[in-house]
Each structure stands twice: as C-alpha cells, then as structure tokens.
Ligand binder design. Structure first.
Ligand code: SAM
Length: 234
C-alpha cells in the first residue's frame, strides 16, 4: 500500500511525509482486518483500498485550503474522506459523524491507536445535531445521498463563508442541476464541478464545490422522513 500511496499522492501533487504514508497504510490495514468481522467497506483489496479510499479522499486537498480548518465528514462510514485529510494535514480539526455506531467505534478506536486522538467521532444523524449548526469551515461527504437531500444534511453545518464538497461520480451534472434549488435554499451556491482521475487508474470522480454564502433558514434541516418525502427540488 505504501508505494501506491507515495506515487499516487505525488501524482496528485499532495505533499506527504513517510510517517503520514505509514499512518495511512496502517489505517488501511486495520480497516481491512476489521472488515473481516464488521462490514465497513466493500473494497477488500489493499491496492484498491489505497487508490479508491485514500487517494480519492486526498484529492480533496487539491480543491480547497484545509489548513487549520474545522472539517465535518458527514456519513463518514469507516472514515472517508475525513481521516486521510486529517492524517495528511494534521492541523485539520476533524469531526466524523455517522448514523451507524459500530463504524464510528472503529474510526474512534483506530484514530486513537494511530495517534489521531483529536478526531471527534459522533454517532447520530447529521440532520439531528443542532449543536453542530454552522460550526464548520468545510463539510465533506462521499456516497451518502443525492445532492438535493445531501445539501440539507451538510449545508446547515457550514459557517457562512465556508465550503461544502460533495464527492460524486463523474456524470453528476444532472444531479448537480437537480440539487441547485436545495443548495440555494440552504444558503449555498454551486461554484463548480471539479473532475479528477485517480492516479494509477482510469477512474474519474467529481466533486461538486458549494460555497455557503448565507445562513440556512432555521426550519432546515427537517427530519429525515420529510427530507426524503419532500426533497427541496423547486
Ligand atoms: N463516506 C464513506 C465512504 O465514502 O466510504 C461511507 C459511505 S456509506 C455508502 C454511507 C454512510 O452514510 C453510511 O455509513 C451511513 O450510515 C451514513 N449515513 C447515511 N445517512 C446519514 C445521516 N443522515 N447522518 C449520518 N450518517 C448517515
């Protein structure tokens, strides 16, 4: 895993020390071991883990300045994309949150074991955490929900002036167009869609970059049942 990470991070233009590469690989190995007993990820191959989890997450570092930022990883699962961001940029103040407790238990314990004890792991639903409202400079999220719904989970957490980075498949233009009303309703503005190729593969992914320009109206987020039943579609 180390070689793939070293070469891939260099190809992305993301600086990393040998210690950071070692920490990423150790995290990946622990995740694959834990995955034997707990369902954390569908990816079971170490090389694929390095590329599709770690390099994919690290690509976010080429899209925004994370230095010193408070970052929320919404629906973090086994810690992606948040944990690689924290490993590679140690001054990131990371909060991972997920509605599945055993996933947060894995991230909390593994981070503590690998010297990342400052990572906060919260078990719960993003739309049920009013204490986190407008607490973050950046919200990141991968593979959690379609943008019209995801925007309601993520944008209320972001301070005005902050960013929401939604990691998506490359053919996300139509989803972004459908999410535009929700984004605007929640105080955001889609700035751009950035596409990138994962080093060592021909896999292209995308990030919808959303700026938070004003506070989200207080009636949002709604309960999940409402978000799902009546997404903000205009
Ligand atoms: N982001 C991780 C990744 O890319 O590997 C995990 C993706 S997994 C497909 C989606 C995760 O989102 C699940 O772990 C699920 O529990 C979590 N999730 C879904 N809805 C959520 C919500 N409203 N609040 C918090 N977590 C949520």
């Amino acid at each position: 895993m180390e070689d793939i990470l070293r070469e891939g991070l260099a190809a992305l233009g993301v600086t990393a020390t040998e210690e950071q590469i070692g920490t990423l690989a150790a995290y990946g190995r622990r995740m694959l071991a834990a995955n034997e007993v707990t369902n954390l990820t569908a990816i079971r191959d170490p090389a694929e883990t390095a590329r599709l989890h770690f390099l994919d997450s690290a690509a976010l570092l080429t899209m925004a300045d994370f230095s010193g930022k408070a970052v929320a990883d919404v629906g973090s699962g086994a810690g992606f994309p948040g944990v690689p961001l924290r490993v590679l940029r140690p001054d990131v103040r990371l909060t991972c949150l997920d509605s599945v407790g055993k996933k947060m238990d894995f991230v909390r314990q593994t981070c503590a074991d690998l010297g990342l004890g400052d990572v906060t792991c919260l078990w719960g639903r993003a739309e049920e955490m009013p204490q986190l409202r407008e607490q973050f400079d950046v919200a990141v999220s991968r593979a959690v929900a379609e943008l019209p719904l995801l925007a309601e989970l993520c944008l209320p957490l972001v301070k005005p002036g902050g960013l929401f980075l939604a990691m998506k498949k490359p053919d996300c233009d139509e989803e972004a167009a459908r999410g535009d009303f929700a984004v605007r309703t929640l105080g955001g503005r889609i700035r751009e869609i950035r596409r990138y190729t994962l080093p060592g593969t021909d896999v292209v992914h995308a990030v919808v970059v959303v700026e938070k320009i004003k506070p989200a109206p207080p009636q949002y987020p709604r309960r999940w049942a409402q978000i799902k039943k009546k997404p903000l579609l205009g």
